[in-house]
Ligand binder design. Structure first.
Ligand SMILES: [Zn+2]
Ligand SMILES: [Zn+2]
Ligand SMILES: [Zn+2]
Ligand SMILES: [Zn+2]
Length: 227
């Protein structure tokens, strides 16, 4: 059967500049890491002057050395932004601190290592996750974090959201040509589990089995509503 986990989370951060924005909008974007995520308050030098978070994918002004998130530096290269200018069609960096127009550069690998070794709490701390790890490592944990917010995979009919830890896993071994890896879906209840299985059976032309599952679901729903 096929399946993926439907996550209800902020989109993955990447280097794609999605839209131009004013400096105040940039502040709202919070590209950098929230100060509160750090177990010890991070050095002021690591704070992006645009979004005020700790720099994510940092770039460094080649003149004054200030660090900025890559996205913050580029997303604010808008003509009306006081810190950035546009010459012909080329967007030009204009450092918010020293006004240097030299393109920002990658900080040294040592500096990046130091930033990445700052310890942060898992972003699901508020959902109960006790884990804290180095900034450079926490993503690996967060991918597997049992406390991440997910949505029931029966999303056509059920809009239940919750922590991964409270959901039921449905394993599918995908049928068809070739050998497909086993996948799993997470659902909120046994009824949703059955619906997801039924859906899979229908999609893989196993309608007879699907009808059986459908009967079971109907019976269960009858039981629930007769309470
Ligand atoms: Zn920033
Ligand atoms: Zn500068
Ligand atoms: Zn976690
Ligand atoms: Zn559900």
């Amino acid at each position: 059967m096929s399946q993926e986990i439907i996550e209800v989370m902020e989109p993955e951060q990447d280097d794609i500049i999605q839209s131009w924005c004013s400096i105040s909008e940039a502040g709202n974007l919070k590209e950098g890491y929230d100060m509160e995520r750090f177990t010890d308050s991070p050095r002021k030098d690591f704070q992006c002057p645009i979004c005020l978070g700790v720099v994510r994918n940092p770039l460094e002004c080649s003149q004054c050395g200030i660090l900025l998130c890559k996205k913050c530096a580029f997303s604010c290269s808008k003509p009306q932004n006081p810190f950035f200018i546009m010459t012909s069609s080329v967007l030009k960096f204009n450092c918010p601190i020293c006004r240097s127009r030299a393109a920002p550069r990658e900080p040294s690998s040592i500096l990046k290592k130091i930033i990445n070794s700052s310890v942060v709490y898992c972003k699901n701390k508020l959902h109960g996750c006790p884990v804290s790890e180095a900034l450079g490592e926490i993503k690996n944990h967060e991918k597997e974090c049992k406390f991440k917010a997910i949505r029931c995979a029966n999303h056509g009919f059920c809009d239940k959201q919750g922590n991964k830890i409270d959901f039921i896993s449905v394993e599918f071994s995908k049928m068809g040509k070739g050998s497909y890896p086993t996948k799993s879906k997470l659902v909120c209840s046994d009824v949703c589990r059955k619906v997801v299985i039924m859906d899979h059976l229908l999609k893989t032309d196993q309608s007879e089995k699907a009808i059986n599952e459908y009967r079971i679901v109907l019976e269960q729903l009858n039981k629930i509503s007769s309470f």
